[in-house]
Design a protein around this ligand. Sequence first.
Ligand code: ZN
Ligand code: ZN
Length: 359
Amino acid sequence: MKAAVCYAFGEPLLVEEVTIDPPQAGEVKIRLAATAICHSDVHLIRGEWGGKLPVVAGHEAAGVVEAVGEHVTLAKPGDPVVVSLLRSCGRCFYCTTGLPHMCDGAFALETERRLHNGRGEALLQGISTAAFAEYTVVDQSQVVPVPADMPLDRAALLACGVITGLGAVVNTARVRPGQSVAVIGTGGVGLNAIQGAVLAGAHPIVAVDRLATKLTAAQLFGATHTINAADQDPVAALKELTGGQGVDYAFVTVGNPTAVAQGIDMIRPTGTAVIVGLPHKGTTVALSVGDLVLNERKVIGCLMGSTRLRVDVPQLVALYQHGRLKLDELITNRYPLERINEAIAAMETGEALRNVIIF
Ligand SMILES: [Zn+2]
Ligand SMILES: [Zn+2]
C-alpha cells in the first residue's frame, strides 16, 4: 500500500510503497477513505514536539473496516467507521470513571510496529494512527461505526478537530445557556468551539483571530462578534464588548503563549480560561497568582474535548444529519495522497480550514 512517510523533520513527506501487518488481538485494519490534515500533524512532521523518525502522521480519518484481529467486538469487516487517535482500555482508573480520553492502559501498538518500508525499516504510527496511508491498523477502541449514508470525508472531521473544539465547550467547560464565550483562533478547532457554544446557547460568542477570512468563517459558524487581533489589542476590544467585564469562558485553540495569556486576561472574575491548543514542547506562561486568587480565575487544560468517542461521535453524526452541525463548510479542498505536501503547505498559510486527503 502507499503511505506518506516523514524521514526528516521539516522535509516534504515521501509517498512510497510500504507494508502493513495484519491486525493483532483487539485491533482492526481500516481501508481509509479520507484523512483530514490537522495542525497537530504539521507540528509532528516539523519536529516541534520532538519524537522519533521515520513516522507516518495523519490522525483525523474515516474508512471501512477491512479485517479484524481476535477478540474484536466493537466493529466488523465492512463497517464504515471514524478512526481517531483516542485509544481506551475500558479498565483503567480513567476509563472506569468516564474519562476514556485520559486512558493510561497499555497497548501492543505502543511498542510493536505494524508498518515497514521497502527496506524493512519499521515506521512509527504518528499520533497513534498513521492515517496518511491507504490502510492503517489501530486498536478497536479507536474506531466508531457510523451510518452507511454518512459521507466519510465529513465523518473524518469527527475524529479530532470537531470533537476537540465542540467537546471543549460542552464536555470540558459545560457552558450553560446565556454564558459568554470568547474563542481565540478560529481554525478547524476554534470554529467547532464556536458551534459548540451555539449548541450550548452561549451569548455573546466572540471570535478572535488575525485573519479576516477566518473571522468571516467564524460568523458563518455562529460567532456573534469578531475581533481581528492583527488590527487591535484583542483583550481591550473584548473588554469593551462585554462592558468591561470579560467573558465567562475563553477557549484558547491556538498553541502559543501569547494567546494563552490573552485568554486568561479575557475572562471575568470567576471565569475560566480553557486551554485547548498544544504549543511547542516546553512552553511556559507567567501567571499572576494574586489575580487568580483575588478574582477566582480558573485556568484549565482540555485534551481532545474530554471526548468519549462512543458517546460523542454518534451524537455528532445525528446532529450533522439533522442540519444542526456544520461539517461540509469545514472542508476547504480535497487532494489525492500524491499531492499531500501541497495540501500541507496550503494548511500552513492559515487560509485553509481543513484540507482532506481522499483515497
Ligand atoms: Zn488533530
Ligand atoms: Zn483505560
